[in-house]
Ligand binder design. Sequence first.
Ligand SMILES: Nc1ncnc2c1ncn2[C@@H]1O[C@H](COP(=O)(O)OP(=O)(O)OP(=O)(O)O)[C@@H](O)[C@H]1O
Ligand SMILES: [Mg+2]
Length: 190
Amino acid sequence: MTLKNNDYILENKLGIKDIFILNEHERKIATFNEIIIRRKNYKKFNFNTLKSMHKELFKEIYQWAGMVRKVNISKGKCFFCPVENIYSFADTIFQKLEKENYLKGISQDEFCKKAADLFGDINALHPFREGNGRTQRLFLYHLAKNAGYELDLNKLDKNKYMTASIESMLVSNDKMENLMKSIIKPLIKE
Ligand SMILES: Nc1ncnc2c1ncn2[C@@H]1O[C@H](COP(=O)(O)OP(=O)(O)OP(=O)(O)O)[C@@H](O)[C@H]1O
Ligand SMILES: [Mg+2]
């Protein structure tokens, strides 16, 4: 499908009505915000943490930054969590993560296995109307940092990352696990 300039434009604080101009500004602002957020340290990783990261990334652009979507969405063949199940699915995901002590104290390989499963779950949750990818990559970056690892999913080849994202919905998390294993490193403290 070819996008026209005024197709699928999300209401935004910048008053932009052209999708290409909005995408350009949105990417630039969120990238700038991400640099600042990466310097922070997080100790807790729950649904509020994910929402606060989304808010910090997109607060200048969208009124609904940090808020859960109110419409059902899909990409390709994948339908993400129905709106009415978002909070209950989020409870399941983040209670499990808390029980697993936010994946601290485990080997690098074990971390990748569990982090890939978590990625698959958060991607399936897709709690925001837009900006889920950047928010889940940032969440994983901080989760790894807190566990003593450097894991930057932005460094992955975009096609391989997308295939692994799709397979995490339709097949398994194995591809994402292997991608994570290919880039993860022990964190060197500054
Ligand atoms: N067909 C698909 N099936 C499953 N997951 C998908 C599919 N297409 C994209 N994704 C996942 O959804 C994310 C995109 O979500 P969204 O557009 O809400 O956020 P974004 O911040 O704009 O993402 P990105 O920066 O990756 O483009 C991707 O990063 C990928 O992980
Ligand atoms: Mg997007």
